[in-house]
Design a protein around this ligand. Sequence first.
Ligand SMILES: N[C@@H](CCC(=O)N[C@@H](CS)C(=O)NCC(=O)O)C(=O)O
Length: 198
Amino acid sequence: MRLFYSLTSPFARKVRLLVQELGMADRISGVTVDPWNDESLRAINPLCQVPALELDDGSTLFDSPLICEYLDALGGSRFFPAPGPARWTALRRQVLGDGICDAAIRRRLELSRPEAQRSNAVIARQILAVNSALDAAEADVPEEGSFTIGEVSLVCALAYLDLRFAKDEWREKRPRLAAWYRAVCARPAILATAPPSA
Ligand SMILES: N[C@@H](CCC(=O)N[C@@H](CS)C(=O)NCC(=O)O)C(=O)O
């Protein structure tokens, strides 16, 4: 299998982290690509986004939740619980983490436009989404020892905020989330997939 990714993509990091956790690194080769500037990616993923996974039969999977669930099924089904309360909690946390990344990326895109074309309303809405999602995560900090796709997504989202918006200091008003993040970051798979510094 071939994984198309970029080193700074939080969505691609979810997949890379899972690959490490599941011990599947020897089954997947990585191809780095810039999704914003390399149109050749569109032949793999028509949405031209990373992550995208090319399977051994030449077909492709894209969107991190789908790729993660596929790899988890191949690797022993440890990160996506069976239908029931644990699954809904894991998937809710995954949506929350992914949503933080979506909003942070939208904010970055808006900020990259020439100043005269920027919309302060768009930027404010993305900031509100991230802050509200962080407050929701503070109110629902993962239980000790829980490490499902939900926690994987949250880790990748928090690291992405540190990478792109470090000055926002999300930890300040969220001590429980900050303590959880500090502790979970000792996991080897998290250390091994850390994004390069900004
Ligand atoms: N829902 C997708 C989002 C993937 C995504 O937004 N990837 C970004 C990089 S972090 C990308 O490739 N953007 C290029 C584009 O949207 O044109 C997932 O979970 O994989």
